[in-house]
Design a protein around this ligand. Structure first.
Ligand SMILES: CC(C)(COP(=O)(O)OP(=O)(O)OC[C@H]1O[C@@H](n2cnc3c(N)ncnc32)[C@H](O)[C@@H]1OP(=O)(O)O)[C@@H](O)C(=O)NCCC(=O)NCCS
Length: 314
């Protein structure tokens, strides 16, 4: 991956978030025990510089000049972020906003004058938005080929390394990887609904839909769907779902079923399957089992959805 690409993709995921309160830089009094309120510190030959909440500094009678707002860039893995800080500082400098950068183990943090905090957030959101749009414009959605499979499995392992159900890291290979291997080989595999999202030659997202049924009526079962973690939340998952829906309508499919968060999938028109008379394969899935009726949805269908073999066995 090139440095330029790193920056472009990472900028789209900076997620600037302002911490509550105001922060100041103080020269820590020599010999004074360190206070728990210190958020960051730098030791120099001349003494110790500390950053702490303004109210704490005031309570200790410490002198300061600069009063800052603290903005955390929630982008992960600063080790990958070669040049990210420079790009962020340059954008703030262009907007004539003074900015002190603190690099933590997990994230970069910016201290900007309190009066400029809102403007700084605007500049950062604009920077992220611009790159996000560029990413979407360059995204290629295409049918998977057998040569793509290693990359698909690798991205699926990364996307599901944290369980979407529990939010906890998964030990070993996520179950979705083995599931995909089986889906590629099962009878219900539909090549046209195995879709990769490619960015600059790299596979960054993947969605599969396989044949499922209610009674004799064939429907699509969507999932798993995954996006590489560093590029999540800037439209790739949505693009894959829109592409799936478009292909399904063009192919005369009746509807698409899936298990997932109604908060996310409702934006594409998915509704609780039971509202259409279709029961989930497992009753406990409740409203998380959703269905998108397509242009030729027949209506009046009742029954329980059956997934492709490997999905039904999960
Ligand atoms: C779920 C996933 C495919 C979505 O793709 P994406 O490219 O990150 O999503 P998009 O950028 O298109 O959409 C982002 C929006 O969806 C929301 N979103 C994403 N996943 C969500 C979820 N599980 N629940 C609720 N909202 C969700 C985000 O909050 C964001 O909303 P916003 O635009 O209002 O901020 C991707 O995040 C992923 O791979 N996650 C890990 C694996 C997974 O959970 N897969 C789905 C289960 S099979």
């Amino acid at each position: 991956m090139t440095g330029e690409k790193d920056i472009r993709t990472l900028l789209a995921t900076i997620h600037p978030v302002r911490r509550e309160g105001e922060y100041v830089y103080v020269l820590w009094p020599y010999g004074k025990p360190l206070a728990p309120a210190i958020e960051a510190a730098v030791r120099e030959a001349e003494g110790l510089t500390a950053v702490l909440p303004r109210a704490e500094a005031d309570a200790m009678g410490l002198h300061y000049d600069f009063v800052g707002a603290w903005i955390t860039l929630e982008v992960h893995s600063t080790s990958e972020a070669l040049g990210l800080t420079a790009a962020v500082s340059a954008a703030l400098t262009d907007a004539q906003i003074n900015c002190n950068v603190l690099a933590g183990f997990h994230h970069d943090h910016l201290l900007v004058p309190v009066a400029d905090a809102d403007r700084a957030l605007e500049v950062l959101h604009e920077l992220a938005g611009d790159t996000s749009q560029r990413t979407a414009a360059k995204l290629l959605l295409r049918t998977e080929t057998p040569e793509d499979r290693d990359a698909i499995l690798a991205l699926t392992a990364a996307a599901f390394s944290v369980s979407p159900l529990t939010g906890l890291p998964v030990d070993g290979e996520p179950a979705e990887v083995g599931l995909l291997r089986q889906l590629f080989d099962c009878e219900e595999y539909l090549p046209a609904f195995s879709i990769v999202a490619e960015l600059d030659g790299e596979i960054v997202g993947y969605a599969i839909s396989t044949r499922g049924w209610v009674g004799e009526l064939g429907l699509l079962g969507l999932g798993p769907i995954g996006v590489v973690p560093r590029l999540q939340r800037h439209g790739i998952g949505s693009a894959l779902i829109h592409e799936t829906v478009m292909r399904a309508n063009a192919a005369g499919e009746r509807g698409i079923a899936l298990l997932g968060s109604p908060e996310y999938y409702s934006r594409f028109g998915f509704v609780s399957s039971t509202s259409l008379g279709i029961q989930p394969p497992k009753p406990e899935w409740g409203d998380d089992f959703q269905l998108l009726p397509l242009a030729v949805w027949p209506g009046g269908i009742h029954g329980t959805f059956r997934y492709a073999g490997p999905l039904a066995a999960m």
